[in-house]
Design a binder for this molecule. Structure first.
Ligand code: IPD
Length: 272
């Protein structure tokens, strides 16, 4: 049972504090990243993902010892407070591996299963995004909102692909059918950052299938608090099956485009 004393403003401040510490650690990128693989040969983890997660978990539990944790790199712990933290210690690990700057530390707090606070910190870009449920979204401390809605044909659409080869082929087929109908696509390589770019009006929409809770939680809250509609297919909540995020005025047109492009094949595993 969640204590009425949980204050999203306190949670977001703590999230930002630990995310900044992890970001500072990650900027000290060692030459040997100690790379190993996870779900597929292209799904990598480095010693820095693990060190970042350890630092996040230690910082959060020091401040709030009764909270639960779910971290991408295995940190899982049930808590008694009703608050659970969803952690992606490096979102965009492949970018980090290659020395690209588009990676983040993503920290979100759920209270009784609902995301109430989120921070996406991109230290190599100098950008930090944060939101509390009902409290709006901020980009480097200032209020931020999604940009004005373009026509579908003028939409800059961010997207991403999973690590399983067969699923990637299906995802690529859907995007191939979408591409001629929009301005262009961007594959930036960090889902949390894609959602924050939408929140900052730097892309018009974002679509991806296969996200895990730690990829989606903080960025999803930031995008919706910035005015985006963030949902799955046919009114389902956004989640692993699909995330469609864009300005509300553009949502239905994008949803129809995706259905016409065969987005249902992503969840059924079909070919058409
Ligand atoms: C990945 C990135 C990528 C997205 C993948 C995610 P990771 O997270 O967010 O952009 O396309 O679906 O798994 O593995 O770098 O934490």
């Amino acid at each position: 049972m969640l204590s009425g004393a949980v204050d999203p403003a306190e949670l977001v401040a703590l999230a930002e504090r630990v995310a900044r510490s992890a970001g500072a650690l990650l900027l000290q990128r060692p030459t040997d990243l100690g790379v190993s693989t996870k779900s597929s040969p292209t799904d990598v983890v480095t010693v820095m993902d693990r060190a970042s997660e350890r630092l996040l978990v230690d910082g959060l539990l020091e401040a709030r010892p009764d909270d639960g944790i779910l971290g991408e790199e295995g940190g899982e712990r049930s808590g008694a407070s009703g608050v659970r933290w969803l952690l992606d210690p490096i979102d965009g690990t492949v970018n980090y591996l290659y020395g690209l700057r588009e990676w983040t530390v993503s920290v979100a707090a759920e209270a009784d299963g609902e995301v109430v606070a989120g921070v996406v910190h991109a230290p190599a870009l100098g950008d930090t995004y944060a939101a509390t449920l009902g409290g709006g979204a901020r980009w480097n401390g200032d209020p931020t909102g999604v940009g004005s809605a373009p026509e579908l044909a003028q939409t800059l659409l961010a997207t991403g692909f999973g690590y399983d080869s067969a699923q990637r082929a299906r995802q690529a087929a859907v995007i191939a059918a979408v591409l001629p109908r929009v301005r262009d696509i961007r594959r930036i390589g960090a889902a949390s950052l894609d959602l924050c770019l939408l929140a900052a009006g730097r892309v018009d929409a974002y679509v991806e299938q296969g996200l895990q809770p730690w990829d989606l939680a903080a960025g999803g809250l930031i995008a919706s608090e910035a005015g985006a509609r963030v949902e799955g297919l046919r009114g389902a909540p956004a989640g692993e099956a699909l995330v469609i995020a864009t300005r509300p005025e553009l949502f239905d047109a994008l949803h129809s485009l995706l259905v016409g492009a065969g987005v249902d094949t992503l969840t059924t595993g079909g070919t058409s």
